[in-house]
Structures are given as structure tokens and as C-alpha cells.
Design a binder for this molecule. Structure first.
Ligand code: 13P
Ligand code: SF4
Length: 300
């Protein structure tokens, strides 16, 4: 393990690269990253990078977002097959058809979407800023929210609004059930339950807080609770435990694993720095339009 960590450090310096990792990455990948965060934090970080290259340890849409925000930099993803099934649940053609059925409606996409879908949208949201962004939008012509029905339904419910929801969902968060939340509560009485807004409504209703992964990290830092129950992809437990050594974190369900996030390994990080490949690029015509939706979000 140490040999490969040294190899990565050497290559990173030679390539003048920075390593960004999502909170769901393998523990050893988070440990070699220069910055670990949620989708919003990583998108913001990608706009501040001064190095020549970014190694993005996460799923493809995240690396694509970094590439859109940083057209002059080399963005690498250690495994280009690390996709997000939810992002692939709506295509550009499907969104164009939906927009044609609702002329004038604003199109809002969760950042878990392809660049082509972002290019068709007025604004983007992440789980960390969705409520704030939705509060800023006019609603008189209607809102199309894609692709996550659960994040969209959660924000619509919080704000007492109605959106046209695309029926996409995250297969990993779909593993979490209200019964599992109840069982975790029974096993750890008094511990607050945090879940991700990608969870279904009955799971969200069974929880105390519904937060992005960055929101969960912030909650854990501030909370006086000694034990916290966490309902999201279990990669986040590494960060929570490292940052809060005096606290105990229990997953709602240990099988909540995103197989795509786990495709990124130290070997692949080393290989992509050595080969400067696979590189993530977005066709200029799509990137320019997708950037408008991402910039509109970052401005709020
Ligand atoms: P966060 O933005 O909360 O990190 O979520 C990203 C994601 O893919 C959740 O499944
Ligand atoms: Fe996509 Fe779900 Fe994996 Fe997040 S956890 S990257 S939404 S499949």
C-alpha cells in the first residue's frame, strides 16, 4: 500500500495534478486525495484549482462537471466506466420531449445528470443547495425537475410546491427502507438518524435529518450526539469516523454501496496519472450550454 501511495505522490508532483475525491470513495482513495467533499463542494473546488491536471475520484458526471468548469485543464478519471445509473435515466432526447410538452416551464437538473441534459436545463442543483436554488426560481410557468424523483419530491414537499418529476432514482439509496431505519433506531436508541435526499419519502420521513453528504459531515462535527445513524452510501463512514474520533457512526444498512464509486482504486489512480488517461472532455457546443446551468447554480 505504501509503495503505491509513494508512486501516486511522485506522479502527482510530476504532473502538477490535484486529486479530488467524493465522500463515497474507498477509504484509501479518500486518504490520498487533496480534497474530499460532496458534489457541490467538489464543483466549487474544481473552479479554484491552480494545478495543470485534476484527477477526479468519483463518478463520470462529477468529472464531467469539473471539465466543463475548467476547459483549460486536463481532467482525468481513473475509471471511465464509473457511471451513475441515475444520471443515465434521462437522455437529452427525453428531456427535449418533456420540455416540448411543457412550453415555458423552467428545466432544473440534479447535478447527477449528463452534460447533454445539463445543456438543456436552465439551472442545476445539488443535494447541498437544492432548497436554496429552488427558492430563487420563478414558478409561474412550472418546473421540470430531472432526473431524481426523490430529491425533487423532497424539495417540493419542503417548499409546498409542485414540480413535474422525472421518475429517476438512485439504485443504491433504493436499498434503504423505513423498516431498516426503525431497526437501526431500535438497536441504537437515542441516536439521531441522518439520510440522504435520494432516499424514498417513507425513509426520509422516518429520519431526523435529510442532508447531502457534506451536510452530514457538518452535522456530525457540530452535534453533541455521541452516536449517529447514517442512511447513505457507506463510504462516508470513513470520513465521519476520521473527523470525529470520539463519536460512533452506525450505517442504517451495510449493503448501501455504490458499485461505481468503488471502481476507483489506488492502482487506477496511479495508472491514470502515469498515462494521463482516461481523460474527460465535453464537446464545446454542449459544454458552453451546460456551463450556463452550472454557473447559474454556483451564483446562488
Ligand atoms: P452529495 O452531493 O450529497 O455528495 O451526493 C452525491 C451523490 O451521488 C449521492 O448519491
Ligand atoms: Fe449515482 Fe446513486 Fe452512486 Fe450517487 S450513489 S453516484 S446517485 S448511483
Amino acid at each position: 500500500m505504501n509503495d503505491i501511495v509513494e508512486e501516486i505522490k511522485t506522479l502527482k508532483a510530476r504532473r502538477n495534478a490535484v486529486i479530488l475525491a467524493h465522500n463515497y470513495e474507498r477509504a484509501e482513495v479518500q486518504d490520498i486525495a487533496d480534497f474530499t467533499g460532496d458534489s457541490l463542494e467538489l464543483a466549487r473546488k474544481a473552479t479554484q484549482v491552480e494545478s495543470d491536471a485534476i484527477v477526479f475520484c468519483g463518478v463520470y458526471f462529477m468529472a464531467e462537471t469539473a471539465a466543463i468548469l475548467n476547459p483549460s485543464k486536463v481532467v482525468l478519471i481513473p475509471d471511465e466506466t464509473a457511471g451513475c445509473p441515475m444520471a443515465d435515466m434521462i437522455t437529452g432526447d427525453q428531456l427535449r420531449e418533456l420540455k416540448a410538452k411543457h412550453p415555458g416551464a423552467l428545466a432544473v437538473c440534479y447535478v447527477n445528470s449528463t452534460a447533454e441534459v445539463k445543456a438543456e436545463c436552465d439551472i442545476c442543483v445539488t443535494s447541498g443547495n437544492a432548497e436554496r436554488v429552488m427558492a430563487s426560481l420563478p414558478k409561474d410557468k412550472g418546473i421540470l425537475f430531472v432526473p431524481d424523483q426523490h430529491l425533487g419530491g423532497y424539495i417540493a414537499g419542503r417548499r409546498g410546491e409542485t414540480y413535474v418529476l422525472w421518475p429517476g432514482y438512485c439504485p443504491t439509496h433504493a436499498r434503504l427502507t423505513a423498516a431498516r431505519v426503525a431497526a437501526a433506531r431500535a438497536a441504537h436508541p437515542g441516536a439521531p438518524v441522518l439520510v440522504h435526499p435520494e432516499c424514498a419519502k417513507d425513509v426520509r420521513d422516518a429520519a431526523d435529518e435529510c442532508l447531502s453528504t457534506g451536510g452530514m459531515c457538518a452535522y456530525a462535527r457540530k452535534s453533541d450526539a455521541r452516536e449517529i445513524i447514517v442512511g447513505t452510501e457507506i463510504g462516508i463512514l470513513h470520513r465521519l469516523r476520521t473527523e470525529n474520533p470520539g463519536k460512533i457512526f452506525h450505517p442504517v444498512d451495510t449493503s448501501t454501496i455504490c458499485p461505481n464509486m468503488k471502481k476507483i482504486t489506488l492502482d487506477k489512480v496511479r495508472d491514470c496519472l502515469r498515462d494521463m488517461s482516461p481523460r474527460v472532455t465535453v464537446p464545446e457546443e454542449i459544454a458552453v450550454r451546460a456551463r450556463r446551468a452550472i454557473d447559474a447554480m454556483l451564483a446562488i
